[in-house]
Design a protein around this ligand. Structure first.
Ligand SMILES: CC(C)(COP(=O)(O)OP(=O)(O)OC[C@H]1O[C@@H](n2cnc3c(N)ncnc32)[C@H](O)[C@@H]1OP(=O)(O)O)[C@@H](O)C(=O)NCCC(=O)NCCS
Length: 238
């Protein structure tokens, strides 16, 4: 199914992902880049606040100062150490989020578009792909007490930075909701993190309610993110 939505400034069309390997790789690269960008600065800041990173920076400062006697330069070296630690923490933590995904690169089409209960779409504008989103059946371990096949999960909702606030994500979500209703899903759920503020604003605007939180702490040792679970009852959606 292909739909076109006229947004406030751009015309965005939504279509299913193609089988093409190059398209799958491009879309996966867009997902990783946009989610990483959304997480990186905040995760670096969180990493810099970790006691272990602070201790390493302090020891670096002390050793450098003792060796050179240069107070200001030692402080600068300690700051760079702390920043580098924060960056590594964010980098490896974010990488682990993607490493565990069953739907990466070339597998994106196979994972989503070869099963009737799943679907993946891309948004196009100015003759290029500028966004995407996928639907899959929610995992039975997500804590929701529902019968199988009634709860869907929204995955990988992303819009390129220069195309945001034109309604592209709204068009993708509209398509996803239509698909869910057709498939007989009663609820749409998703998980986003504490630092993805634009995503949280977006989901709240469309009537999603927060139904729980958990901490993602099985990633890189110092990387902890508070995750927010949201749900939309599809019968109530407009
Ligand atoms: C979240 C995201 C997909 C929204 O895409 P978008 O195309 O800009 O969203 P829309 O233009 O359809 O926005 C619809 C409404 O959502 C709300 N909204 C979207 N972004 C917002 C922001 N940064 N701040 C406040 N509200 C926002 C607004 O109410 C907006 O309506 P308005 O523009 O008329 O005020 C996009 O910001 C993004 O890709 N973020 C980075 C990746 C990410 O975190 N994805 C979520 C994964 S869970």
């Amino acid at each position: 199914m292909q739909t076109t939505a006229k947004t406030n400034r751009k015309s965005v069309s939504i279509r299913p992902l193609k089988t093409d390997h190059i398209e799958c790789e491009l879309v996966w690269e867009m997902i990783v880049r946009n989610i990483s960008n959304a997480l990186l600065v905040q995760s670096i800041i969180k990493g810099m606040k970790q006691p272990i990173a602070i201790a390493v920076a302090f020891v670096t400062f002390a050793l450098f100062y003792q060796t050179t006697g240069l107070f200001v330069l030692s402080g600068a070296v300690a700051c760079v150490t702390l920043l580098g630690g924060g960056l590594l923490n964010g980098y490896y933590g974010i990488n682990r989020i993607f490493a565990g995904s069953p739907a990466s690169k070339r597998k994106l089409y196979t994972y989503f578009n070869m099963r009737v209960e799943r679907q993946f779409w891309v948004a196009e504008c100015d003759d290029k792909i500028i966004g995407c989103a996928g639907i899959q059946e929610a995992s039975p371990t997500n804590g929701l007490d529902e019968s199988p096949g009634t709860v869907a999960e929204l995955r990988w909702m992303v819009v390129e930075a220069e195309y945001r606030r034109f309604g592209a994500a709204s068009a993708l979500l509209g398509n996803a909701i239509e698909f869910c209703k057709t498939r007989g899903y009663k609820e749409l759920t998703l998980v986003t993190s504490e630092v993805q503020n634009n995503a949280i604003c977006f989901y709240l605007k469309y009537g999603f309610e927060e139904i729980g939180q958990y901490t993602l702490d099985n990633l890189f040792p110092l990387f902890r993110l508070k995750m927010h679970k949201f749900r939309l009852y599809l019968q109530q959606s407009t």
